[in-house]
Design a protein around this ligand. Structure first.
Ligand code: ZN
Length: 364
């Protein structure tokens, strides 16, 4: 079986994906390019973004809504060939934006049935890469790259911009942020923080470069936003960090906007200043017209080991890292280290694991 390497570096070896790519000459051997090709062709031939029309175009003739909490959606062939069509089952209790994404995802599965019926129309295991490709295809179907680039280029990254885009395309803010990041338009990440009965916040969801157990250096930030009431926002610059393994901690400075939204605080953050209506960033040096991958931080992968055997963040790190040691000699650090040290003093109830030995932080 031939191994295929996709544009995101994954090794692919399933027969299904290999056939899918082979039968899409426009893909240049890249399964993601193959999926995007089929999605764009579908949009062109359908001439619409309307999901009902797209379902018809892909021979999905019936839609059944169920309320099974374990199901998002699935399609079933109506016969022994692609031309017989499909029926779609979808969990109707999910939010509309989630249902739309699930339907778009299922539409993308039909490309596999059409091109590789000898596998898809027979009993087969779920193919992880097929699922990833269908997610990418769904994002492209709901949020066409060219159009989104045009529309969003006039919008600085902010909650009001995000709201406007989500409402225009009827997608969730997470789906929108992921597509804006993938396209290099907004180098932002989005995190959702749930508040417990004692007023403590923990991150429940994250859309962006890589999820980590991020915590705010400014312990009061989320509580401040919460106290302002529903819909209120706070803007500023702060840092987040997480405790890694081997006594290492990682941190990065960021620009943030945080908003109270129902039972959560939602935080939009970026290494670049976020846009405000009075301060568009489009013309700023390094602004969103010249995007660079945010997130920057290759975290563990980018860490090396110093001559003294301790891990450190090399100069090539694009985020701000800190080193945690058990030695007071390492103290120094500056503002960030003081902020972290202050955190320890003001929050004695934090997990013992992190603070059993007073940690010292040092900026690299
Ligand atoms: Zn699927």
């Amino acid at each position: 079986m031939t191994a295929i390497r996709s544009s995101d570096g994954s090794h692919l070896s399933s027969e299904l994906i290999r056939r899918f790519v082979e039968l899409t000459p426009e893909s240049s051997g890249d399964p993601f390019a193959a999926m995007l090709y089929h999605v764009r062709s579908l949009r062109r031939s359908a001439g619409t973004l309307d999901l009902n029309s797209l379902l018809q175009h892909r021979k999905i003739y019936s839609v059944r809504k169920i309320a099974d909490p374990h199901v998002d959606a699935f399609i079933e062939p109506l016969g022994s060939g692609f031309h017989h069509g499909f029926k779609l089952t979808v969990n109707g209790t999910k939010p509309d934006v989630r249902i739309r994404f699930s339907i778009a995802h299922e539409i993308c599965h039909t490309f596999f049935y059409e091109l590789v019926p000898e596998i898809k129309l027979h009993p087969h295991l779920q193919d992880e890469m097929e699922e990833r490709l269908c997610n990418v295809g769904a994002a492209e179907l709901l949020l066409p790259a060219a159009e989104l680039r045009k529309v969003s280029s006039e919008l600085p990254p902010s909650f009001s911009s995000l709201d406007a885009l989500c409402s225009q395309y009827s997608v969730s803010s997470e789906a929108m942020i992921i597509q804006l990041r993938n396209l290099g338009i907004w180098p932002c990440e989005l995190s959702f923080w749930a508040r417990d009965d004692e007023g403590q916040f923990t991150m429940e969801r994250f859309a962006g470069w890589r999820k980590a157990n991020w915590q705010w250096v400014d312990l009061n930030l989320l509580s401040r936003v919460w106290a302002k009431g529903e819909g209120s926002e706070e803007w500023g610059r702060s840092a987040v960090y997480f405790e890694g393994s081997n006594d290492l901690s990682y941190a990065k400075w960021l620009y943030y906007a945080a908003r109270r939204q129902g039972k959560s605080i939602v935080a939009l953050w970026s290494r670049r200043p976020l846009g405000k209506p009075s301060q568009p960033l489009l013309d700023a040096p390094g602004g969103i017209l010249r995007p660079r991958a945010c997130g920057s931080v290759a975290l563990g992968a980018e860490l090396g080991t110093g001559a003294d055997g301790r891990a450190f963040a090399p100069e090539t790190s694009r985020g701000i890292f800190m080193r945690r040691t058990r030695s007071r000699r390492a103290q120094g650090g500056g503002e960030f280290a003081r902020a972290v040290a202050g955190r320890r003093r003001t929050q004695p109830s934090l997990p013992a694991r992190s603070y059993a030995t007073p940690p010292m932080y040092r900026l690299q």
